[in-house]
Design a protein around this ligand. Structure first.
Ligand code: BES
Ligand code: MN
Ligand code: MN
Length: 465
């Protein structure tokens, strides 16, 4: 491993430059005007991976944006296989005016790389590519077989993922999965994520009159869709912050006392955290700590609302329609389809007289809990700690990555969530950044992970560094 690590140290600047080149490709998956850029991003990555030495690299078409697949199978017969996952699509950039430097003109300031997708998730994909390159270029045989799948539709809910995985099931066969698309608990704190929430996203449309009506001539005569929607949204939580949808909590796996203690023992500074949000106080379901609510309790949130007159000045109307976008974050063992059904039924039932209600489902994903009694989790902890020189902690995350549960169910293999982001990295927000020290240590962590998995398989002990 010495020469691999020395190569990583010597390549520090170049690895940042190569990430910058990829970040310049504006692969926004939600915006059809950027479809060509998402394709260009896949081709860019494929060309880069091909340049790293012998491998098989393919761009896989889907009904939407393409994915990139690569494999390095030179390790001897009987070596374990690790499938690495990431995504090359990125979030939209608005509000554009809030960016200090343009989102697709990556810039280094304060030992950080700034730009859309630097940490979510292009940087984390290249952490693995760079680690693989560091074995190849130093003529150090890769200690395990490696495969990589890099999706182009993660940020839009992975609508074609099931088909993609089914179509390529043979290529994707593996012993273990590693997803690098989460954040660490804090700076310098190696953290292995062992739980993700799922997502059920829906849009509710409330319709009243056929067209906007004069609110003097008609006000008081027909129901106002905005008022109806507001009543419905206000009825989605009770005074304790619990979701009022009947059956919403039916399948929720309760935290064990041991899990609650482990979460309570983490070095969480709630005041610091609150300050980072800018909100005046915390809020949520009574009876649970903030971390418990974010990691292990389901939520129902409103992400957007429309209706009525938005222009300058006053316009007196009863609007024809109003709508809202709702996101439920799910925990084991809730199922997105079941929750969608329950929320839809509830919204329809609580709608006041005088409006029509229609609900449209958007794509979502299922929650994941790691089988932490599997030895791979201790192996990953060791790898993380070798790079960072600190004990690795178990954490969870409140976000969602549909691939994780889909691949875990399809292969029956454990999934590692080895993420290298920071909690304040502004992913999805203006001024996304990547901590360059962390990027560097992430590359070493990935290299150590491959080494430790090989050691586990051969039954030999770990080197100290
Ligand atoms: N990398 C995130 C997932 C994530 C977010 C993990 C926060 C840990 C903490 C991923 O790119 C993402 O944004 N996922 C979406 C999924 C959705 C579109 C199905 C999410 O969580 O909103
Ligand atoms: Mn991501
Ligand atoms: Mn994301």
């Amino acid at each position: 491993m010495k020469s691999v690590i020395a190569f990583i140290d010597a390549s520090r600047e170049r690895f940042v430059d190569e990430l910058s080149n990829w970040v310049r490709v504006p692969s926004i998956s939600s915006d059809s005007r950027h479809a060509g850029d998402v394709r260009a991003s896949a081709e860019h990555l494929a060309a880069h991976l091909r340049s790293l030495g012998p491998s098989r690299v393919e761009v896989w078409a889907t009904a939407g944006h393409p994915a990139v697949f690569a494999e390095w199978l030179q390790a001897p017969e009987g070596s374990p296989t690790l499938l690495v996952y990431g995504h090359h699509d990125v979030q939209p950039v608005d509000p554009l005016g809030a960016w200090v430097s343009p989102p697709f003109e990556p810039a280094v300031r304060d030992n950080r790389l700034w730009g859309r997708g630097v940490v979510d998730d292009k940087g984390q994909v290249l952490i693995h590519a760079n680690a693989i390159e560091s074995f190849q270029r130093t003529n150090t045989p890769l200690p395990i077989r490696l495969k990589m799948i890099v999706e182009g539709e993660e940020e839009v809910g992975s609508p074609n993922l099931d088909n993609l995985l089914r179509e390529h099931a043979d290529s994707l066969a593996t012993d273990f999965v590693c997803v690098s698309d989460t954040a660490m608990f804090g700076r310098g704190l190696p953290s292995l994520c062992v739980g993700l929430r799922g997502l059920a996203y829906l849009e509710v449309f409330v319709e009243g009159p056929a067209l906007d009506l004069h609110s003097g001539s008609f006000g008081g005569g027909v129901m106002n869709p905005i008022l109806a929607l507001a009543q419905m949204l206000a009825a989605l939580h009770d005074a304790q912050g619990r979701v009022s949808v009947p059956g919403f909590y039916d399948d929720v796996l309760a935290l064990t006392p041991g899990e609650r203690k482990a979460i309570g023992d983490l070095p969480f500074d709630e005041l610091e955290w609150l300050k980072s949000t800018g909100a005046p106080s915390t809020w949520g379901e009574a009876g649970y700590s903030t971390l418990e609510r974010i990691w292990a309790r389901p939520t129902l949130d409103c992400c957007g609302i429309t209706g009525g007159f938005q222009g300058e000045g006053a316009k007196t109307i009863i609007p024809a329609r109003a709508s809202a976008k709702l996101a439920c974050r799910l925990v084991p063992n809730q199922e997105p389809d079941d929750i969608l059904r329950k929320v839809t039924t509830h919204l329809t039932r609580i709608a006041p007289k005088g409006v029509r209600v229609r609900v449209q489902a958007h794509s979502g994903g299922r929650p994941y809990l790691s089988p932490t009694d599997h030895p791979i989790y201790e192996v990953a902890k060791r790898a993380f700690s070798r790079a960072f020189g600190k004990p690795t902690i178990f954490i969870r995350e409140g976000g969602s990555i549909p691939f994780v549960r889909t691949i875990a169910d399809a292969t029956g293999k454990p999934c590692l969530l080895m993420g290298f982001g920071q909690p304040d990295e502004n992913s999805h927000a203006p001024n996304e950044w990547l901590d360059l020290d962390n990027y560097h240590l992430g590359i070493k962590s990935a290299a150590y992970l491959y080494d430790e998995i090989a050691r586990m398989a051969s039954g030999s002990e770990s080197e100290s560094r």
